[in-house]
Design a protein around this ligand. Sequence first.
Ligand code: NAP
Length: 278
Amino acid sequence: VNGSPLVSASTRLLAILGDPVAHSRSPILHNAAMRTLLLDGVYLALQCTTEACPSLLRGIAQAGGGGNITIPHKEIAARALERSSASVQRTGACNTYWFEAGQVCGDNTDVEGFSQAAQSAFGDLRGAEVLLLGAGGAARAVLAALCDMSVALVRVQARSPQRAAQLAGIATGSATRFEILPPGASARADLLINGTPLGMHDHDAWPAQLADVEPGTRIFDLVYRAQETPWVRAALAAGLQAVDGKEMLLQQAVAAFRRWWQRDPQLDVMRAALNSTD
Ligand code: NAP
C-alpha cells in the first residue's frame, strides 16, 4: 500500500503485549505511520500472560524490535528492562520498549501522552484537585504527569487501597498532596479521571456515578473506543466537559514512535488512522 516495502527478512517487528490486546488501536496507528514514511517494520498485537511478558519483551527487543506494553503488564515490564528511563523509574511502569547499545530499554510515554492530552483539553491544571480512579500502570503515569503539572491534590480511589498506597512515592518530593480515598467514599474534584478498564466492554459498570458530580467538574476517561465511551457520552449529556483516551493514545504513540525510529511520525496520518475504522 502506498509503495510500502513488503515484509521481508529485514523487516523489524514491533509488538504490543497485553491481555486483552485485541481492542488495541496501536497497530492501526503505527502501521499507517510506518507505511507513510516507508519504514521497514510491522506492528502486531500479541496477547500474552503476565508470566510470559518479560521473556517475550526481551526476545523481541534482542532481535532488534520493540513495541508497547498494555494492560495489565506495565509493571512487570518495568522490571524486565536493562535500562529504564526516568519516567519508568519514577512510575514503576513501562509502556514502550526497544533495543539500544546492547540493552533492553524502556520508557513510559503515557506520562507525556496524558500531559499533552489533558492540557489540550483542559488547559492549565495548576492548583486543581483531582480524583483518580484506579491504581494500575496507567494511573501511575497519570499521577506522575499531574505532579509535573503542579496540581494541588490527587486522591486515588481503587478497589484495593493497598495497591493505591503503593502510588504514594510517585508524588513524594512534588508540590502535589497525595491521599487515598476508600472504596465507596466520594469527594469533590475539579478533574475526575478514570484509570480503570471500566468502559472497555459494552456491559461494564460506570467507573463512577455522575449524579453527584458538581457542575464544572472535568472528566478524563483513559479508556477509548471507536466512539466516545458511554461514560463520556453521559458526562457530555450532563453538560460536563469530558474527553476519552484517544488523544492520550495518539500522543503516547508519537513519543513511542520517536524512540523506535528516531524520527517523527506524521500526526495527521496517525490521527486519521485512529478515527478510520471501528
Ligand atoms: P492495570 O495495570 O491492569 O490497572 C487497572 C486498574 O484498574 C487497577 O487498579 C485495577 O484494580 C482496576 N480495575 C480493574 N478492573 C476493575 C473493575 N472491574 N472495577 C474497578 N477497578 C478495576 O491496567 P492499566 O494499564 O493501568 O490500564 C487501565 C485502563 O487504561 C485500560 O483500559 C487501558 O486501555 C487504559 N489506558 C489508556 C491509555 C491511553 O493512551 N488512552 C493509556 C494507558 C492505559 P486491581 O488492582 O484491584 O485489579
